[in-house]
Structures are given as structure tokens and as C-alpha cells.
Design a protein around this ligand. Structure first.
Ligand SMILES: [Zn+2]
Length: 134
């Protein structure tokens, strides 16, 4: 067992982890048939609709409305990023993030996060997000 370190540099906005969870209404069973106007399935008896607490972003692709979602070792927060670059201890060469207009990136992220009430001016910036795994 070994310890590994890595870091991501990213332009983005830090948000509370819980802010990317929400309630979604889903079908309570997999039976086929019309379910309008009834509360329980006539075939299996389960509720037709249930509320599920789940992530509101694509956890497989780590994508939220076109922006990247980055985690850190602090499980209370997530970062929603416009641009990111990662490096690890094996490849510790210098990495250039690239050329872009910071005000444009900020506007793009703000536009999307405002839709969800997640924008916070104080949490926007260039973040170095460390990650340590054991
Ligand atoms: Zn059913």
C-alpha cells in the first residue's frame, strides 16, 4: 500500500458538495402499462412514483451542464470548472494551462451556475486542488 499525491489547477467555482444533490421523481417499479392517475402499480403494488435523492450532475463523465466537476480530499466541497489541468508525482513536469480570457471563462461559469443558484463571487478563482490517496 502506498500513498499517492496529485493536484489539479483549475479555473472554477467552489460549491458545497450537498448543493449538487437533489430530489428526482422516478418510476417506482419497472412494470409496463399506463400509470396516469393512480398511486400504486396495479401489477406489483409498489408506488408509481418515488422521490430519489441523487447527484444532479453526470457522475460518470464528471460533467455539470457542460462544465467539469472536480473533487478534492475535502468531501464537503466540489469545484465546477471551466478549465483544468492535472499532474501527478510521476509526471511532475511543468504544465501550461493554455491561453484564454479569464473574464470570458468567469462569465461562462457564472451564466450556468446562476441558473442553479450556485454562483458565489467569493468562490470563483484559480484553484489548486490537491488529492492524496492511501
Ligand atoms: Zn409495478
Amino acid at each position: 500500500m502506498s500513498v499517492s499525491f496529485s493536484a489539479i489547477a483549475a479555473f472554477g467555482c467552489r460549491v458545497p458538495r450537498d448543493s449538487l444533490r437533489g430530489k428526482t421523481r422516478k418510476r417506482g417499479c419497472s412494470c409496463l402499462g399506463i400509470v396516469d392517475g393512480i398511486r400504486h402499480c396495479p401489477y406489483c403494488g409498489r408506488k408509481i412514483w418515488i422521490e430519489v435523492d441523487e447527484w444532479i450532475f453526470d457522475t460518470d463523465r464528471r460533467e455539470f451542464d457542460g462544465l467539469e466537476v472536480c473533487g478534492s480530499t475535502d468531501d464537503r466541497e466540489l469545484f465546477i470548472c471551466a478549465v483544468s489541468v492535472g499532474c501527478d508525482e510521476i509526471d511532475s513536469s511543468m504544465v501550461r494551462i493554455g491561453e484564454f480570457d479569464i473574464d470570458t471563462l468567469r462569465s461562462q461559469v457564472k451564466l450556468i451556475l446562476d441558473k442553479y443558484g450556485l454562483w458565489n463571487d467569493k468562490e470563483w478563482g484559480l484553484w489548486v486542488i490537491p488529492h492524496v490517496s492511501y
